[in-house]
Design a protein around this ligand. Sequence first.
Ligand code: KIV
Ligand code: NA
Length: 262
Amino acid sequence: SSRMTVPKFTALKGTGQKISMVTAYDYPFASLVDEAGVEGVLVGDSMSMVVQGHENTLPVTLDEMIYHAEMVGRAVNHALVVVDMPFPSYHLGKFKAIENAGRILKETRCQAVKLEGGVEQADTIAALVSAGIPVMAHCGLRPQNVHQLGGYRVQRDEQALISDACAAAEAGAFAMVLECIPRGIAEKITGMLSIPTIGIGAGADCDGQVLVLHDILGMASDYSPRFVKAYADLKSTVVDAVRGFRDEVRGGEFPAAEHTFE
Ligand code: KIV
Ligand code: NA
């Protein structure tokens, strides 16, 4: 099928076709994810934790996001590719936000950026959109606010969530991630907005769902939140494969004749 675009992605809302989105951070996984046929690929700042091993999403830099977005951009030919703006690349005024988001579009083959926030990011979202940069908003739990929040918790302030979602949509966001909010609130927001909601820990009534690839593949760290579902056990697969290699090297079975030049 032809390339997913921002307008096509937004138009999926209301067609009855649920949207699937997963993260990817490098060329090989991004190729496989695109082959699987998801509508969206997210180069998430979850990379900070999942790939770089940091304890939260704050340390990853814009240069590092761009480096990985380049790899993903080269691999994906069908899905829409969205790149997270890392902390604090969109908090330095709207001109700096345009400069930083502009780098993502100029230096990678990716098509849109994502940023965390609603009401207080509305001006920034509008400025990016006026510059021709499609913005996916991210409301509900905002992992970049971890220190202010004191941890990752379900966000239950219905009025605040609705205000944020409406502000981001009115500012011109083409879609919105809703993270870790009660199902009923996500359902209400999804009904109010004309842009698709992509839930993570937000229940089944969103227009789509997003998960971190390493969680789907069962290769994440020991703790995983309630909203995660593993569809494979790659951790065991990888450990078993490498052990198999190690054992055959120790036992002298590898390399065999067929792997050897006489
Ligand atoms: O960084 C990320 O992976 C995300 C998704 C979990 C929505 O923002
Ligand atoms: Na993120």
